[in-house]
Design a protein around this ligand. Structure first.
Ligand code: ADP
Length: 671
């Protein structure tokens, strides 16, 4: 205590004349003091203490009296303090408390605590004593520490404000700048010093959304304001800011300052404006596109996603469907909800996987000229040719024709689909078929007579009946016979076509063993050629199929006949027959090593009157009706007909037909 006090010896508060008092008088006054008062004699022994000393240090008065003063200090100070105490008694003076010095006291329980002390020499009963006033500074030190922490926090916050990119300023109630951060310096170009005291709206030539008075009124009323302002920088350029302002009031409620944070959004605004222009242009383009599409007489629509959701359609599309297809609705949902059916040209329902539109989006293939028949909600039917063009996957906005807040781009399959109404063509085709049917029918009788008489002449002459014919007469008769045979085949084919078209071809189905049937056809056709080697391969002696034997014989005759006809240089023709037990079908293939079919014409070969270019180039005659009739006949049996072929290498035609179903209860598997 003494050493600390010495540090303040030369302060102006020092006085030299010690107070003189008698011990009996002093005691009542000591207890009035809020500080701990300790009186020591020149030997450093405590002679008097007040109640506060007991409270602060935790000793009872009796425990302190007669004890050295060092009892109230931490042990580490004892020695040095005793020296300083003795020196103090040589030049005693009144000392103020050691301001700023960290003095430490020690309680009875050994705990230490910060204290402040003032020392006064005192003549007690005419003997020089020293009276020390000790104040417990624990609470003050805590408060001081907190204040320092707060100051540090304020310093950091001020630094933070300076670091911010936003312009942060404080202005007084009449808009004069009080504070102006680094962000404001950078944004506007004036330093804090230059801006200080300037009226913000004149300095920055502020453009208010409505008026300054409105903003001020809002601030006054609501205590805050948010909005966009346009300011002019020092260099004359404009800046658009998003401004947030807050009114601060003093204790009496009068406005004392306005805090303002301004964020530069010039760039953002310009981008938004550019985006709006692009958006408006896109909308205009779309509207124009829609007008162009609507002006088209054929149905045109765009679909996206693997379930073919509608993106846009023209007016003609609604006429084709007989119903409005709402945007974004998947195709199948649209068809079912409106009771619309789609069949092939022959009236067989098409499974979804074969619909041109779905194939284009699912398999990403372009389907051209597919015939479909649309059965509309009202019951009417419309024959159409469908062209579905798969487009490259597009980045599409989630809701194409409506404006939405949140739009997310996604990559999706797209297809452009066009429907061409072919009812007029179909009508013409029907009339043509009718006509061909009548002609073919009328030709049959005279042809039969012609063929019959030609045959008779040849046979009877060969038997030696009548005069012998000259060689040229014989040849002419044979030519007539050949030509009439061809004509008979042609009229039969034409009649079949018209029957198929009109749905008048009826099958006489009966369980038939396919193996002897094929062998019989092969045997007959082998007699027509010596350059080809026909062979039937099978491991099954019997395969009962549920077929019209006459019609299937016609199919095999046609396919094997073609194999012979289109192998003009001869070669093997192999007919293979097998059973597919699980699928309950019999398979037949006819393979040749002939001229083959050019790949580019594969898809067209089952059309009526279709002939491959190379067949014509080889000068092989034909009508192009056989394959069409064969496929129709096989399909009407519930089977399939297809081929694999390579030009100049050969072809293989495949047929599948249903086996006779096993009798009920016969589940035995042959070993
Ligand atoms: P046609 O033989 O009377 O022309 P088809 O309908 O039987 O008529 O055959 C159609 C076309 O398919 C033929 O003109 C020919 O170009 C081609 N074709 C059919 N079978 C074969 C085959 N085995 N090899 C090569 N081309 C074939």
């Amino acid at each position: 205590m003494m050493s600390n006090a010495q540090a303040s010896q030369n302060t102006p508060a020092a006085s030299s004349a010690p107070l003189s008092i008698s011990s009996t008088n002093v005691l009542p006054f000591l207890d009035i003091s809020p500080d701990a008062l300790v009186i020591i004699n020149p030997a450093g022994t405590i002679v008097m203490v007040n109640r506060q000393t007991e409270a602060i240090f935790g000793y009872r008065r009796t425990e302190l009296l007669g004890q050295p003063l060092e009892l109230l200090l931490p042990e580490r100070f004892h020695e040095v303090h005793a020296d300083h105490r003795q020196q103090y008694f040589t030049t005693p003076r009144t000392r103020p408390m050691g301001v700023g010095l960290h003095l430490v006291g020690r309680r009875k329980d050994g705990t230490e605590f910060p204290v402040e002390i003032s020392l006064n020499p005192l003549l007690l009963d005419d003997v020089l004593h020293v009276i020390g006033a000790v104040r417990d500074m624990t609470a003050q030190r805590v408060a001081e520490r907190e204040r320092l922490q707060q100051l540090e926090q304020i310093r950091l916050q001020a630094e933070l404000i300076n670091l911010a990119h936003d312009a942060i300023l404080v202005r007084d109630p009449v808009s004069r700048v009080i504070s102006w951060n680094q962000g404001a310096e950078e944004l506007y170009g004036w330093t804090a010093q230059e801006a200080q005291g300037r009226v913000t709206h004149s300095l920055l030539k502020t453009c208010f959304p409505s008026s300054r008075a409105d903003v001020d009124a809002h601030l006054e009323h609501e205590g805050q304001w948010e909005g966009e302002l346009t300011h002019t920088r020092r260099d004359g350029s404009s800046v658009i800011v998003e401004s947030r302002q807050m009114l601060v009031r003093d204790e009496e409620g009068h406005p004392s300052a306005i805090l303002e944070i301004n964020r530069d959004i010039t760039e953002r605004r310009h981008l938004e404006q550019a985006e709006q222009v692009v958006h408006a242009e896109t909308v205009a383009h779309l509207a124009f596109l829609q007008q162009v599409l609507d002006a088209l007489p054929s149905s045109v629509y765009l679909v996206y996603g693997t379930d073919a959701r509608l993106l846009l359609a023209n007016r003609a599309a609604a006429n084709v469907w007989g119903a409005e297809w709402p945007a974004d609705q998947p195709m199948l949902e649209f068809l079912t909800s409106n009771g619309i059916g789609i069949t092939n040209a022959q009236g067989y329902p098409l499974p979804p996987s074969q619909l041109a539109t779905l194939r284009a989006v699912k398999l990403r293939e372009t389907v051209l000229q597919q015939q479909e028949l649309i059965r509309r909600p009202g019951g009417s039917s419309l024959p159409v040719l469908v062209n579905a063009v798969a487009l490259p996957a597009q980045r599409r906005w989630s809701a194409p024709l409506q404006e939405t807040e949140q739009q997310t781009p996604v990559e999706e399959a797209m297809a452009l689909v066009m429907h061409q109404d072919v009812s007029a063509l179909k009508e013409a085709e029907y009339l043509k078929d009718e006509f061909v049917g009548i002609v073919a029918h009328e030709l049959r009788t005279p042809l039969a007579a012609l063929k019959g008489f030609a045959d008779m002449l040849l046979v009877q002459t060969a038997r030696g009946r009548g005069v012998a014919l000259a060689e040229w007469q014989q040849e002419a008769l044979e030519e007539i016979e050949l030509a009439t045979s061809r004509l008979v085949t042609l009229t039969e084919e034409l009649l079949d076509v018209t029957r198929l078209q009109a749905g008048r071809l009826h099958l006489q189905r009966t369980p038939t063993n396919m193996v002897p049937l094929a062998q019989r056809v092969v045997m007959l056709l082998q007699q027509t050629t010596t350059r080809h080697r026909l062979e039937v391969r099978t491991i099954q002696p019997e395969l009962l199929a549920d077929i019209d034997p006459g019609r299937i014989e016609q199919v095999l005759t046609n396919l094997i006949g073609n194999a012979i006809k289109y192998s003009p240089q001869g070669g093997p023709v192999t007919i293979t027959i097998w059973e597919e037990t699980a699928a309950r079908i019999v398979g037949i293939s006819v393979q040749d090593k002939g001229i083959g079919i050019p790949r580019r014409q594969h898809a067209l070969m089952f059309g009526r009157f279709m002939r491959a270019d190379n067949a014509q180039a080889w000068g092989i005659s034909g009508t192009g009706l056989g394959l069409y009739i064969c496929r129709e006949l096989v399909q009407r049996h519930g089977g399939q007909l297809w081929f694999e072929s390579e030009e100049d290498a050969g072809s293989t035609f495949f047929v599948t037909l249903p086996l006779v179903s096993a009798p009920q209860g016969d589940h035995e598997v042959p070993s």
